[in-house]
Design a protein around this ligand. Sequence first.
Ligand code: SAM
Ligand code: SF4
Length: 328
Amino acid sequence: MIDPFGREISYLRVSVTDRCDFRCVYCMSEHMTFLPRAELLTLEELERLCAAFIRKGVKRLRITGGEPLVRRNVMWLLERLGARLGGGLDELTLTTNGSQLARFAQALFAAGVRRVNVSLDTQDAAKFRAITRWGDLSKVMVGIDAAQAAGLSVKINTVALRDVNELEIPGMLEWAHGRGMDLTLIETMPLGDIEQDRAEQYLPLSLVRARLAQRYTLEESDHRTGGPARYVRVAETGGRLGFITPLTHNFCESCNRVRVTCTGTLFMCLGQNDSADLRAALRASKDDGLLDAAIDEGIARKPKGHDFVIDRRRQAPALMRHMSLTGG
Ligand code: SAM
Ligand code: SF4
């Protein structure tokens, strides 16, 4: 799959549910209305859809959500997808809030998953509860232990939040690196109505990086994981630190990915509204011809880049859909 700008699309992120057992302040409103079940792709439909993308050249597949591990029978899907590793698919990964990892870590490894990203913004239990509204830090910590014990390589994703966790970042870095985990920092993106002021949460990573550079030796690294993060090596800890900076730095020129929501909508860009309805194609026929054509038609419309801006006056989200729908 080659898009109009010559980029080869080899990375697919699939959201398997819009539901979650947390209500993170930058991601969801406290009173979310979730989709009716009939709107969601069934697990069989999700498998058919992923198989079509793998046939078309997707090598890396990331399962996300919402919280992917709260989708009933999600392991069925992961096992089926894992069976394609080596047969076209190179890597199957998962992004999770970690709350259910203790229960699933071994099964994930057995299915062929080798890397998981765990989202964790703080190590302070009270702050964790304030950020996630419903989360329990101790469960996530047990989940991380279980993941490492099962042989999964864990990367920690931390959203940098002004006045909330900005002072904790060096501590998070030393903790993560001390346990052999990479840490990636993410800027908040203006996605979905969250009943809060985004500009207030926004902490530019250029500032975080400059502060870290006063304390640590940050060595440029050409390490890539197929995602948008740019990495440095921290000389003092020997670990890797990634930065995902959609607002301060445009990462679009090397974008190799597309996303599918849990309703089968293909978004060619996280920061644009343009989409293609793959569910209609999936449900119209058992034959994959229509699905293949709908995917090709969508890829042919992949835009050059996003145009996220935080509108400080209106405080309106750049896009109305939540990250939990599209999958982070
Ligand atoms: N529930 C899983 C989790 O939290 O890892 C997977 C889905 S979550 C939407 C994926 C990632 O998106 C998380 O790391 C989360 O912190 C991030 N995220 C959610 N809303 C965001 C926003 N508005 N800006 C930046 N990152 C966001
Ligand atoms: Fe749930 Fe992940 Fe969104 Fe938090 S960031 S509310 S854990 S989907």
